[in-house]
Design a protein around this ligand. Sequence first.
Ligand code: ZN
Length: 214
Amino acid sequence: MMQVNHTVPDDVLMAYSTGRLPVAFDLVVAAHVSLSDESRARLDAFDTIGGALLEASDTVEVSAGSLDATLALIAAQPDQPVTRRAAPDSIYPTPLHAYIGDEANIVWRPLGMGAKQALLHTEDGATARLLSIPAGAQMPDHGHGGTEMTLVLQGAFRDEFGEFHRGDIEIADEEVEHTPTVIGSETCICLVATDSRLRFNGFLPRLAQHFLRI
Ligand code: ZN
């Protein structure tokens, strides 16, 4: 069993369970839940409650996000064709693998200093991306205009709020300013969802931001 120290709070899990998250965040939570037994157990409880509430109500609202989420979950079921499933040695959790398909589909673009990103999905103002940051590198000091969810897939990083390893999720909002630094010898690869642009505190990062769509 994998030890995941930083999990999602109940309100986020509940929003996920009822399909109320934008697709970008839905993807991050689905990937996290697949890596954290503790989050999955709590999600099962919310799903059970949600199912009971649905049965008790006459009208059911289904958002576009929940349809996507459901399709992604169906795609992630073990009885689906082998090509849609993560290879055992893949760092990409099953829901993410179901979304991107073959890893060769990932289009990495350089960010400078050995870092790179791959945009996965943008819809309703929310964007999901993969970030790859080399060992020892630091993300520029930044704040957030909205919510940022970061799930570690490989390697680890540390910031003002703790250490984050594979499966750990960090949720940052308007209140949070941080400077994530990669720790350990491995390149850190994260799945990140944001619903507005980051606020960089330095001029050069702000200039680069214009070109990089971070
Ligand atoms: Zn951040």
